[in-house]
Design a protein. Structure first.
Length: 134
């Protein structure tokens, strides 16, 4: 079982996106995203993040990418401009207005660009640079 799980992770088509991404800023304008592949699903990612403006808000989401062509490899994904749409689950005591919050994240090279729509309770948008390497 361990071998099968590890092999599923190593051959996951979105493995090239896994890592930590940080948005530039000091103190209150900093934000981060952590991306992990979901080895149980060939096109799924687990995402979580934190933004601190105007107040600290953490979020979690699962994103499903459209199936990749069979010829795609984990290393090729990084430069393809993969786009994910997700509805984050905002953690903490936020008003119900935040239920309309949605994210689009576009990955390219070592960067992720996040745009948000709806009421999210904090500023999540911007460019995030990848900080952890394979």
């Amino acid at each position: 079982h361990e071998y099968t799980s590890h092999l599923a992770w190593l051959t996951h088509p979105l493995l090239g996106l896994e890592g930590r991404y940080e948005r530039g800023g000091h103190g209150s304008s900093a934000a981060s995203i952590e991306i992990e592949v979901d080895a149980r699903a060939p096109s799924a990612l687990d995402a979580r993040g934190l933004a601190t403006t105007p107040m600290a808000v953490a979020w979690r989401a699962q994103a499903q990418h459209d199936p990749l062509p069979d010829s795609s490899s984990a290393l090729a994904v990084r430069g393809q401009g993969i786009r994910l749409h997700m509805r984050p689950r905002l953690l903490g005591h936020l008003p119900p207005l935040t239920e309309s919050c949605e994210f689009d994240i576009v990955f390219s090279a070592d960067e992720a660009k996040l745009t948000s729509s709806g009421e999210c309770g904090a500023h999540f948008g911007g460019s995030y640079a990848r900080t952890l390497r394979d």
